[in-house]
Design a protein around this ligand. Structure first.
Ligand code: AMP
Length: 464
């Protein structure tokens, strides 16, 4: 049996507009999770699927909900619940791309941590699709600013994380407030009992999908466990981060206060390192994520919850500064590396006291942990491990009709940079970020300040 023909998207009963999007996006073949979940989802069945970030799950449920959407009916028809705002933004973007060839699809992202007023203003007409976090969606349904009576598809994305974050009651309440007959698609990286309970409560006779061989979806991840004394943890970390792989690495700490301490210490030692945890203001979180994604920050130190929804693929290196408290969390961490066909390295530092936690992981892996010795080299004083880019922040954004092209134009025109020296450009509602080659950042800043963007003098500064 030829498998390639089996996994072409055009074997599915999808609208031509959706097949066209899939083609534009360059998806030649379905990923395993798509090949297994799309046929039953398109038949209207409830599905519970074990799928990690990177498996193509978003396109799977995105295509399915768009297939059943009727644009002429001005009602909310599909609701996607996500654990974090970052993930909701990412899912919204992916669905918009898939919907690019269907005119007039209205999609709204509704997340907590953002003011309610503008959300209420944009809800004068029900959108077709809402992507959001459970608390905020629940609030809108309660207030009556959102109407669930026409919902045909409910998606629970990263359901395990939503439960971890305490959204279980909100989800149940939401289910009680939307149309009784709807399809429920549940995606979760892990299947603890709590997920099975949710499935039993909210799904009808679901088809269960697990992708047989994770090797098919995931390229090789090399794991290493390194035993270190607590006093040498930071030295070990700094040594592991030195060199090519440390140019874009994610470091996990179990505790928030360690996140700050480790990021500060790395910064002191000459790394472009930033901290990310749940206590931070939304704007600070945004800025950290922007800088990590655009390569102005080489090392991101984060808690597990904060790192969820991070829209970064193919990190070459992930380090657990502490052994994760449970094997599921460990699996999530190492899943951050080795995406998109690139091999990744996942290193876990383990102090003698953390051995029992490592043994739990060993039991779940059902094979001996790959222990590696690390010879600590003598401290070499401060070394420079700076990220290749630096971020400029511009105090204008979408509301000012500022577009990425305007910024690129100003930098390559008046400021005299080559297009190669300009990196990722992120335009938010009221501000914009652009990465430029670190060595040219000051020059770019001076020139931009001297010139104009879109005929205006805008406030510009460097970040970090
Ligand atoms: P996800 O697991 O939804 O986060 O998707 C991971 C990445 O895979 C995204 O960047 C998608 O654009 C990409 N992707 C999804 N489906 C396919 C496909 N069939 N072929 C190639 N790439 C895909």
């Amino acid at each position: 049996m030829r498998s390639c023909g089996m996994t072409a998207f055009d074997t599915l009963p999808l609208k031509p507009a959706l097949l066209a999007s899939v083609q534009t996006l360059g998806y030649d073949a379905m990923t395993p999770i798509q090949a297994q979940s799309l046929p039953p989802m398109l038949e209207g069945r409830d599905v519970i699927a074990q799928a990690q970030t990177g498996s193509g799950k978003t396109a799977a449920f995105g295509l399915s909900l768009l297939q059943s959407l009727n644009v002429d009916t001005i009602r909310l028809q599909a609701l996607v619940l996500c654990p974090t705002r970052e993930l909701a933004d990412q899912v919204s973007k992916a669905i918009r791309k898939l919907a690019a060839n269907i005119p007039n699809v209205k999609l709204l992202t509704l997340c907590g941590g953002m003011p309610l007023g503008p959300q209420l203003a944009s809800l004068t007409h029900d959108p077709h699709i809402v992507v959001g976090t459970p608390g905020r969606v629940q609030e809108h349904l309660k207030r009556g600013s959102l109407h669930g009576g026409g919902i045909k598809v409910l998606v629970l994305d990263e359901a395990d994380r939503m439960l971890d974050m305490g959204f279980s009651e909100a989800i149940d309440d939401i289910v009680g407030r939307i149309a009784k007959h709807h399809q429920t698609l549940l995606f979760s990286a892990t299947y603890p009992d709590a997920i099975r309970d949710v499935s039993r409560r909210v799904q009808r006779n679901p088809i269960e999908i697990t992708v047989e061989s994770p090797a098919q979806t995931k390229p090789a991840i090399e794991q290493q466990f390194i035993e270190v004394e607590p006093a040498h943890k930071l030295d070990a970390l700094a040594q592991l981060l030195t060199g090519e792989r440390g140019q874009h690495a994610l470091v996990f700490c179990n505790m928030r206060r360690d996140v700050d301490a480790v990021a500060d210490e790395l910064d002191r030692r000459g790394f472009s390192a930033l901290a990310l945890h749940g206590d931070m203001e939304q704007r600070d979180r945004d800025e950290v994520l922007v800088q990590f994604a655009n390569r102005s920050c080489a090392v991101l130190v984060a808690t597990d919850v904060a790192a969820r929804g991070l829209d970064i693929t193919a990190l070459p290196l992930v380090i657990s500064y502490d052994v994760a408290h449970d094997p599921d969390t460990h699996t999530h961490r190492i899943g951050r590396t080795g995406r998109a066909g690139q091999a990744g390295l996942a290193i876990t530092l383990c102090t003698p006291r953390e051995r029992p936690k490592a043994q739990n992981i060993e039991e779940v892996l059902a094979r001996p942990l790959p222990w590696h010795p690390l010879k600590l080299s003598a401290p070499r004083g401060k070394m420079l491990n700076l990220a290749p880019m630096k971020t400029l922040i511009i105090d204008a954004g979408r509301q000012d009709k500022l577009r990425p092209g305007d910024i690129l134009g100003a930098l390559t025109g008046d400021a005299g940079l080559k297009a190669d020296d300009v990196g990722k450009i992120d335009v938010f509602a009221t501000r914009a970020y652009v990465a430029v080659s670190r060595s040219l950042a000051n020059r770019a800043l001076e020139r931009l300040r001297a010139g104009k963007i879109k005929g205006r003098n805008l406030r510009i500064r460097t970040l970090g």
